[in-house]
Design a protein around this ligand. Structure first.
Ligand code: BGC
Length: 349
């Protein structure tokens, strides 16, 4: 089988045509990605018996993506996760962002990169790849500078989905991009029976509005310890956060310098394994705590709490206000880069 990319219409947004790209690789993996928010709508991966199945939550049509705000499969930016009260100082100047999540700014604001219609180009080559580009104007959701962003989505012949992000700016501005796919390696049901291991000995505890306290705390002896394979649901009862579940940034052991292991997840009934590798120093592990059974997704399934998990590779939340977190400020002349690979395989038990 050869890799290929096809393009079909996926509806319209404010009179403009939206496209759906279907990427197929030499191993039979299929990824469907729309240029509305660079959203991964479906990802079909074989199970241990070779039967393909979709492993991401999503909708069958654009209308539902426009109507709901669960961030299924999309890019998030300019800055993923929360910025306390939507405020920070940059080079002594005050910046004010849209406040769209309680008292805080979340995932780039009211109309973040997930709600932009990106330009798209199918790339020639041995692997199925599409390049998406978007320019966020100076002042977009309160952020300074014109920011030019490129995302390359590649379905690799090694059996993975690789995302390469790049961005440049004409004024200093924070940038922290990620993908917000909700995975379910069984395709249906909840993800509490998946086993997961994270390459993280520390995490960043949060206050009651989900803003980091600034501490970098060891996971040892806490429900956040995924240093050895553990059922995602095993320690859920020990979490004090409501709605119940994980919604925390983990500090990756790699420090985020080169492409390094982040997570390994195994789903015993299908045998599917997903490994995540990233150049980022952190990952937000989110267990779909706010899903409440009202969204009707692929194959008519209603997504209830914990129907999917996200591994959002990123710099740490609220880094713009946290002096001991790595900086997310991009300056003119610099290029922001991040790469994350979701690698699929199967295992017997
Ligand atoms: C955040 C959650 C938020 C969710 C939105 C996650 O990245 O950490 O708090 O509710 O995105 O779907």
């Amino acid at each position: 089988m050869k890799s290929s990319v096809t393009q079909t219409p996926f509806g319209k947004v404010t009179g403009r045509r939206v496209e759906l790209f279907t990427l197929t690789n030499s191993r039979g993996l299929v990824a469907k990605i729309t240029n509305y928010g660079v959203t991964l709508t479906e990802l079909h991966v074989p199970d241990r018996r070779g039967r393909p199945g979709n492993v991401v939550l999503g909708f069958d049509n654009l209308k539902q993506y426009l109507a709901h705000d669960a961030y299924f499969g999309c890019v998030v930016g300019r800055v993923a996760n929360r910025i306390a009260k939507g405020r920070f100082r940059l080079d002594g100047k005050r910046c004010r962002l849209a406040v769209n999540n309680g008292p805080n700014h979340l995932h780039g604001g009211n109309a973040g990169f997930d709600k932009a219609l990106w330009a798209a180009e199918i790339l020639p080559g041995r692997e199925a790849a599409v390049r998406f580009t978007h320019t966020s104007p100076d002042g977009d959701e309160g952020y300074p500078g014109n920011l030019a962003v490129t995302m390359m989505m590649t379905l690799t012949n090694a059996g993975g989905l690789r995302i390469d992000y790049a961005a440049t700016t004409d004024k200093p501005t924070p940038v922290n991009l990620t993908n917000h796919s909700y995975f379910n390696l069984a395709g249906i049901g909840n993800v509490l029976g998946h086993q997961m291991k994270l390459a993280a000995r520390h995490y960043t505890p949060v206050d009651d509005t989900a803003i980091p306290t600034g501490k970098i705390a060891p996971v040892a002896g806490t429900p956040f310890d995924f240093t050895k394979f553990k059922l995602i649901g095993r320690d859920l009862g020990r979490l004090t956060e409501r709605p119940i579940g994980y919604d925390h940034n983990f500090v990756l052991n790699s420090g985020g310098k080169a492409l390094a292991p982040c997570a390994r997840v195994f789903e015993p009934t299908s045998g599917r394994v997903m490994e995540v590798l990233t150049t980022e120093p952190g990952v937000q592990f989110y267990t779909g705590n706010y899903l409440d059974g009202t969204l009707r997704g692929h194959s008519g399934f209603y997504y209830s709490q914990h129907s999917g998990f996200c591994l959002e590779t990123q710099h740490f939340p609220d880094a713009v206000n946290q002096p001991n977190f790595l900086s997310v400020i991009l300056r003119p002349g610099q290029t922001y880069r991040q790469t994350t690979v979701y690698q699929f395989s199967t295992q017997q038990s």
